[in-house]
Design a protein around this ligand. Structure first.
Ligand SMILES: [Zn+2]
Length: 335
Protein backbone atom coordinates (compact mmCIF):
# COMPACT_ATOMS: atom_id res chain seq x y z
CA UNK A 1 0.00 0.00 0.00
CA UNK A 2 1.74 3.02 -1.32
CA UNK A 3 1.08 5.75 -3.80
CA UNK A 4 1.32 4.42 -7.38
CA UNK A 5 2.98 7.41 -9.00
CA UNK A 6 5.47 5.58 -11.21
CA UNK A 7 5.34 2.90 -13.86
CA UNK A 8 7.74 0.71 -15.83
CA UNK A 9 8.59 1.36 -19.45
CA UNK A 10 9.07 -1.39 -22.06
CA UNK A 11 12.64 -1.95 -20.80
CA UNK A 12 11.46 -2.23 -17.16
CA UNK A 13 12.91 1.17 -16.30
CA UNK A 14 11.00 3.48 -14.00
CA UNK A 15 9.08 6.33 -15.67
CA UNK A 16 6.42 8.85 -14.54
CA UNK A 17 2.89 7.45 -14.42
CA UNK A 18 1.65 10.16 -16.79
CA UNK A 19 3.82 8.66 -19.58
CA UNK A 20 1.95 5.38 -19.17
CA UNK A 21 -1.37 7.24 -19.44
CA UNK A 22 -0.22 8.71 -22.77
CA UNK A 23 0.98 5.31 -23.97
CA UNK A 24 -2.43 3.91 -23.05
CA UNK A 25 -4.15 6.51 -25.23
CA UNK A 26 -2.02 5.44 -28.21
CA UNK A 27 -2.56 1.73 -27.50
CA UNK A 28 -6.34 1.95 -27.41
CA UNK A 29 -6.29 3.89 -30.67
CA UNK A 30 -4.35 1.64 -33.05
CA UNK A 31 -3.87 2.75 -36.66
CA UNK A 32 -3.81 0.88 -39.96
CA UNK A 33 -0.65 0.71 -42.07
CA UNK A 34 -1.95 3.70 -43.98
CA UNK A 35 -2.09 5.73 -40.76
CA UNK A 36 -5.88 5.74 -40.30
CA UNK A 37 -7.53 4.82 -37.01
CA UNK A 38 -8.83 1.25 -37.10
CA UNK A 39 -12.62 1.25 -37.40
CA UNK A 40 -13.52 -1.26 -34.72
CA UNK A 41 -10.37 -1.69 -32.64
CA UNK A 42 -9.80 2.00 -31.86
CA UNK A 43 -11.91 4.22 -29.62
CA UNK A 44 -11.72 6.97 -32.23
CA UNK A 45 -12.91 4.58 -34.99
CA UNK A 46 -15.83 3.39 -32.88
CA UNK A 47 -16.88 6.93 -31.99
CA UNK A 48 -16.78 7.95 -35.65
CA UNK A 49 -18.96 4.97 -36.54
CA UNK A 50 -21.44 5.88 -33.83
CA UNK A 51 -21.70 9.48 -35.02
CA UNK A 52 -22.49 8.33 -38.56
CA UNK A 53 -25.24 5.95 -37.58
CA UNK A 54 -26.88 8.00 -34.85
CA UNK A 55 -29.87 10.26 -34.70
CA UNK A 56 -29.21 13.95 -34.10
CA UNK A 57 -28.98 14.54 -30.35
CA UNK A 58 -26.53 11.91 -29.09
CA UNK A 59 -24.48 12.33 -32.28
CA UNK A 60 -23.76 15.87 -31.15
CA UNK A 61 -22.65 14.53 -27.78
CA UNK A 62 -20.35 11.97 -29.39
CA UNK A 63 -18.92 14.66 -31.67
CA UNK A 64 -18.06 16.67 -28.57
CA UNK A 65 -16.40 13.65 -26.94
CA UNK A 66 -14.37 12.93 -30.06
CA UNK A 67 -13.37 16.55 -30.67
CA UNK A 68 -11.96 15.63 -34.08
CA UNK A 69 -11.40 19.19 -35.29
CA UNK A 70 -9.25 19.87 -32.25
CA UNK A 71 -6.97 16.87 -32.75
CA UNK A 72 -9.15 14.72 -30.42
CA UNK A 73 -8.27 16.94 -27.45
CA UNK A 74 -11.45 16.19 -25.47
CA UNK A 75 -11.03 12.43 -25.87
CA UNK A 76 -7.35 12.75 -24.96
CA UNK A 77 -8.31 14.66 -21.80
CA UNK A 78 -10.88 12.02 -20.89
CA UNK A 79 -8.31 9.24 -21.23
CA UNK A 80 -5.18 10.87 -19.80
CA UNK A 81 -6.31 13.48 -17.25
CA UNK A 82 -5.16 13.14 -13.65
CA UNK A 83 -7.88 12.44 -11.05
CA UNK A 84 -7.87 16.14 -10.02
CA UNK A 85 -8.26 17.25 -13.62
CA UNK A 86 -11.09 14.77 -14.06
CA UNK A 87 -12.98 16.28 -11.14
CA UNK A 88 -12.18 19.91 -11.87
CA UNK A 89 -12.26 20.06 -15.65
CA UNK A 90 -13.49 16.93 -17.43
CA UNK A 91 -16.65 16.35 -15.37
CA UNK A 92 -17.97 19.96 -15.68
CA UNK A 93 -17.10 20.06 -19.41
CA UNK A 94 -18.97 16.83 -20.10
CA UNK A 95 -21.97 17.98 -18.07
CA UNK A 96 -21.96 21.15 -20.16
CA UNK A 97 -21.70 19.11 -23.36
CA UNK A 98 -24.60 16.92 -22.28
CA UNK A 99 -26.64 20.01 -21.46
CA UNK A 100 -25.97 21.68 -24.79
CA UNK A 101 -26.60 18.43 -26.69
CA UNK A 102 -30.08 18.53 -25.21
CA UNK A 103 -30.63 14.98 -23.94
CA UNK A 104 -30.73 13.42 -20.51
CA UNK A 105 -28.68 10.65 -18.97
CA UNK A 106 -30.90 7.61 -19.20
CA UNK A 107 -29.68 4.26 -17.93
CA UNK A 108 -29.72 2.87 -21.47
CA UNK A 109 -27.65 5.75 -22.81
CA UNK A 110 -25.06 5.39 -20.05
CA UNK A 111 -24.70 1.73 -21.04
CA UNK A 112 -24.37 2.68 -24.67
CA UNK A 113 -21.54 5.12 -23.95
CA UNK A 114 -19.62 2.38 -22.11
CA UNK A 115 -20.00 0.00 -25.08
CA UNK A 116 -19.15 2.66 -27.65
CA UNK A 117 -15.98 3.64 -25.79
CA UNK A 118 -15.14 -0.07 -25.78
CA UNK A 119 -14.61 -0.67 -22.07
CA UNK A 120 -15.34 -4.46 -22.18
CA UNK A 121 -12.70 -4.91 -24.90
CA UNK A 122 -10.18 -2.67 -23.14
CA UNK A 123 -10.70 -4.52 -19.88
CA UNK A 124 -10.01 -7.84 -21.59
CA UNK A 125 -6.99 -6.66 -23.54
CA UNK A 126 -5.24 -4.25 -21.19
CA UNK A 127 -5.79 -5.29 -17.56
CA UNK A 128 -2.75 -7.58 -17.49
CA UNK A 129 -0.72 -4.96 -19.33
CA UNK A 130 -1.71 -2.32 -16.77
CA UNK A 131 -0.86 -4.46 -13.73
CA UNK A 132 2.47 -5.46 -15.27
CA UNK A 133 3.48 -1.92 -16.18
CA UNK A 134 2.43 -0.52 -12.80
CA UNK A 135 4.82 -3.05 -11.27
CA UNK A 136 2.38 -4.10 -8.53
CA UNK A 137 1.17 -7.52 -7.41
CA UNK A 138 -1.07 -6.68 -4.45
CA UNK A 139 -4.45 -4.96 -4.37
CA UNK A 140 -3.82 -1.23 -3.76
CA UNK A 141 -7.05 -0.82 -1.77
CA UNK A 142 -6.59 -3.56 0.84
CA UNK A 143 -3.03 -4.87 0.37
CA UNK A 144 -4.15 -8.38 1.37
CA UNK A 145 -4.77 -10.07 -2.00
CA UNK A 146 -2.67 -10.83 -5.05
CA UNK A 147 -3.74 -9.24 -8.32
CA UNK A 148 -2.16 -11.28 -11.06
CA UNK A 149 -2.90 -12.39 -14.59
CA UNK A 150 -1.19 -14.11 -17.46
CA UNK A 151 -1.38 -14.04 -21.18
CA UNK A 152 -0.12 -16.46 -23.77
CA UNK A 153 -0.66 -16.55 -27.50
CA UNK A 154 -3.61 -18.88 -26.99
CA UNK A 155 -5.48 -17.08 -24.24
CA UNK A 156 -5.54 -14.05 -22.02
CA UNK A 157 -6.59 -14.73 -18.49
CA UNK A 158 -7.40 -11.72 -16.35
CA UNK A 159 -7.30 -12.69 -12.71
CA UNK A 160 -7.92 -9.31 -11.15
CA UNK A 161 -10.67 -6.77 -11.50
CA UNK A 162 -10.64 -3.20 -12.67
CA UNK A 163 -12.30 -0.81 -10.30
CA UNK A 164 -13.54 2.56 -11.52
CA UNK A 165 -12.63 5.07 -8.81
CA UNK A 166 -15.35 7.35 -10.17
CA UNK A 167 -18.10 4.76 -10.80
CA UNK A 168 -18.78 4.08 -14.46
CA UNK A 169 -22.53 3.89 -13.79
CA UNK A 170 -22.42 7.54 -12.74
CA UNK A 171 -19.63 8.76 -15.06
CA UNK A 172 -19.82 6.42 -18.08
CA UNK A 173 -17.53 8.69 -20.12
CA UNK A 174 -14.73 8.00 -17.58
CA UNK A 175 -14.95 4.22 -18.10
CA UNK A 176 -11.72 4.15 -20.15
CA UNK A 177 -9.87 6.97 -18.33
CA UNK A 178 -6.43 5.70 -17.40
CA UNK A 179 -6.38 7.17 -13.87
CA UNK A 180 -9.90 5.92 -13.24
CA UNK A 181 -8.88 2.28 -13.79
CA UNK A 182 -7.60 0.79 -10.56
CA UNK A 183 -6.61 -2.91 -10.64
CA UNK A 184 -8.09 -4.41 -7.49
CA UNK A 185 -9.09 -7.70 -5.87
CA UNK A 186 -12.68 -8.84 -6.32
CA UNK A 187 -13.51 -8.35 -2.62
CA UNK A 188 -12.55 -4.66 -2.76
CA UNK A 189 -14.29 -4.14 -6.07
CA UNK A 190 -17.43 -5.63 -4.55
CA UNK A 191 -17.18 -3.69 -1.29
CA UNK A 192 -16.69 -0.44 -3.15
CA UNK A 193 -19.41 -1.21 -5.68
CA UNK A 194 -20.78 1.98 -7.18
CA UNK A 195 -20.95 3.95 -3.93
CA UNK A 196 -20.44 7.71 -4.21
CA UNK A 197 -16.89 8.91 -4.21
CA UNK A 198 -14.82 12.09 -4.42
CA UNK A 199 -11.15 12.91 -4.03
CA UNK A 200 -11.92 15.00 -0.94
CA UNK A 201 -13.61 12.08 0.83
CA UNK A 202 -11.66 9.00 -0.30
CA UNK A 203 -7.97 8.31 -1.00
CA UNK A 204 -7.11 7.50 -4.62
CA UNK A 205 -4.29 4.94 -5.01
CA UNK A 206 -2.62 6.96 -7.79
CA UNK A 207 -2.38 10.20 -5.82
CA UNK A 208 -2.73 9.40 -2.11
CA UNK A 209 -0.14 7.50 -0.12
CA UNK A 210 -2.01 5.04 2.10
CA UNK A 211 1.30 4.01 3.63
CA UNK A 212 1.56 7.51 5.11
CA UNK A 213 -2.11 7.76 6.08
CA UNK A 214 -2.32 5.01 8.67
CA UNK A 215 -0.11 2.58 10.52
CA UNK A 216 -0.56 -0.95 11.89
CA UNK A 217 0.08 -1.38 15.60
CA UNK A 218 0.26 -4.39 17.87
CA UNK A 219 1.12 -2.37 21.00
CA UNK A 220 3.50 -4.92 22.51
CA UNK A 221 3.63 -4.70 26.28
CA UNK A 222 6.41 -6.49 28.11
CA UNK A 223 9.26 -8.68 26.92
CA UNK A 224 8.89 -10.27 23.47
CA UNK A 225 9.90 -13.67 24.83
CA UNK A 226 7.07 -13.73 27.36
CA UNK A 227 4.53 -12.49 24.79
CA UNK A 228 5.53 -15.38 22.51
CA UNK A 229 5.35 -17.86 25.38
CA UNK A 230 1.78 -16.77 26.26
CA UNK A 231 0.56 -17.91 22.82
CA UNK A 232 -2.18 -15.30 22.80
CA UNK A 233 -3.57 -13.72 19.66
CA UNK A 234 -1.52 -10.62 18.91
CA UNK A 235 -4.07 -7.82 18.46
CA UNK A 236 -3.69 -5.76 15.27
CA UNK A 237 -5.09 -2.23 15.22
CA UNK A 238 -5.00 0.51 12.60
CA UNK A 239 -4.14 4.06 13.60
CA UNK A 240 -4.85 6.96 11.23
CA UNK A 241 -1.95 9.38 10.79
CA UNK A 242 -1.82 12.99 9.55
CA UNK A 243 -4.60 15.53 9.58
CA UNK A 244 -7.18 14.22 7.12
CA UNK A 245 -8.45 11.43 9.33
CA UNK A 246 -11.96 11.58 7.85
CA UNK A 247 -10.61 10.56 4.46
CA UNK A 248 -8.63 7.64 5.83
CA UNK A 249 -11.52 6.61 8.11
CA UNK A 250 -13.76 6.43 5.04
CA UNK A 251 -11.23 4.17 3.33
CA UNK A 252 -10.80 1.86 6.32
CA UNK A 253 -14.57 1.57 6.75
CA UNK A 254 -15.33 1.07 3.07
CA UNK A 255 -12.89 -1.84 2.72
CA UNK A 256 -13.49 -3.14 6.27
CA UNK A 257 -9.74 -3.12 6.94
CA UNK A 258 -10.04 -2.93 10.74
CA UNK A 259 -12.04 -6.16 10.59
CA UNK A 260 -9.98 -7.91 7.93
CA UNK A 261 -6.45 -7.37 9.26
CA UNK A 262 -6.86 -8.94 12.75
CA UNK A 263 -7.30 -12.24 10.84
CA UNK A 264 -3.56 -12.01 10.14
CA UNK A 265 -2.57 -12.21 13.77
CA UNK A 266 -0.46 -15.32 12.94
CA UNK A 267 1.65 -13.20 10.58
CA UNK A 268 2.23 -10.70 13.40
CA UNK A 269 3.19 -13.60 15.64
CA UNK A 270 5.87 -14.75 13.19
CA UNK A 271 7.39 -11.24 13.16
CA UNK A 272 7.61 -11.47 16.95
CA UNK A 273 9.38 -14.87 16.64
CA UNK A 274 11.83 -13.30 14.23
CA UNK A 275 12.53 -10.46 16.64
CA UNK A 276 13.44 -13.08 19.23
CA UNK A 277 15.71 -15.03 16.87
CA UNK A 278 17.38 -12.22 14.96
CA UNK A 279 19.27 -10.38 17.68
CA UNK A 280 21.92 -7.81 16.87
CA UNK A 281 24.84 -10.19 16.42
CA UNK A 282 22.84 -12.62 14.24
CA UNK A 283 21.69 -9.77 12.03
CA UNK A 284 25.31 -8.54 11.72
CA UNK A 285 26.37 -12.04 10.71
CA UNK A 286 23.64 -12.27 8.08
CA UNK A 287 24.42 -8.86 6.66
CA UNK A 288 28.10 -9.81 6.35
CA UNK A 289 27.25 -13.07 4.63
CA UNK A 290 24.70 -11.62 2.23
CA UNK A 291 26.57 -8.41 1.46
CA UNK A 292 29.91 -10.09 0.98
CA UNK A 293 29.13 -13.31 -0.86
CA UNK A 294 25.92 -12.46 -2.70
CA UNK A 295 26.04 -8.68 -2.99
CA UNK A 296 22.57 -8.21 -1.48
CA UNK A 297 21.60 -4.75 -0.24
CA UNK A 298 20.54 -4.04 3.34
CA UNK A 299 16.92 -3.79 2.18
CA UNK A 300 17.20 -7.28 0.68
CA UNK A 301 18.68 -8.64 3.89
CA UNK A 302 15.71 -7.10 5.75
CA UNK A 303 13.37 -8.73 3.18
CA UNK A 304 14.98 -12.09 3.91
CA UNK A 305 14.48 -11.65 7.65
CA UNK A 306 10.87 -10.42 7.46
CA UNK A 307 9.84 -12.69 4.60
CA UNK A 308 8.32 -9.71 2.77
CA UNK A 309 9.30 -6.40 1.20
CA UNK A 310 10.18 -3.64 3.67
CA UNK A 311 11.01 -0.56 1.57
CA UNK A 312 8.15 1.94 1.24
CA UNK A 313 8.32 1.92 -2.57
CA UNK A 314 7.94 -1.90 -2.65
CA UNK A 315 4.82 -2.23 -0.50
CA UNK A 316 2.56 -3.32 -3.37
CA UNK A 317 4.86 -6.06 -4.59
CA UNK A 318 3.45 -8.65 -2.20
CA UNK A 319 0.31 -8.90 -0.03
CA UNK A 320 0.60 -7.86 3.62
CA UNK A 321 3.90 -6.02 3.05
CA UNK A 322 2.74 -2.89 4.90
CA UNK A 323 1.52 -4.99 7.84
CA UNK A 324 4.80 -6.87 8.22
CA UNK A 325 6.88 -3.70 7.69
CA UNK A 326 4.91 -1.66 10.25
CA UNK A 327 5.06 -4.39 12.91
CA UNK A 328 8.76 -5.07 12.27
CA UNK A 329 9.41 -1.35 12.77
CA UNK A 330 7.20 -1.15 15.82
CA UNK A 331 9.15 -3.88 17.60
CA UNK A 332 12.47 -2.58 16.16
CA UNK A 333 13.33 -5.66 14.12
CA UNK A 334 14.20 -3.29 11.27
CA UNK A 335 15.10 0.42 11.49
ZN1 LIG B 1 -8.38 -5.62 -2.18
Amino acid sequence: MRKIDQALDGQRKVMPLQHLAEEFFRLINPKTKKGKFKKKESVIGRLKGRIKGHSKLPARFYEGLLDEGNNFEMLRQIVTSSPFEMEQRVMPEIEQLQHSSGFSWTKAFRKEIITTLGYPLIRKNYTNWLVDRLGIKACPYCGTQYILGFSSQKEKKVLCELDHFFPKEEYPYLCISFYNLVPSCSACNRLKSSGGTSLASYPHPYIDDLNMMFTFKTNPAGVIRSIIAQRKNIPITLEPMGTNTRKIDNHLKRFRLAEVYPNHSDVAEEIYWKKYVYNKSRKRELTKLFNGKLGLTQKEVDRFIIGNYTADEDLLKRPLAKLTKDIAREIKLIP
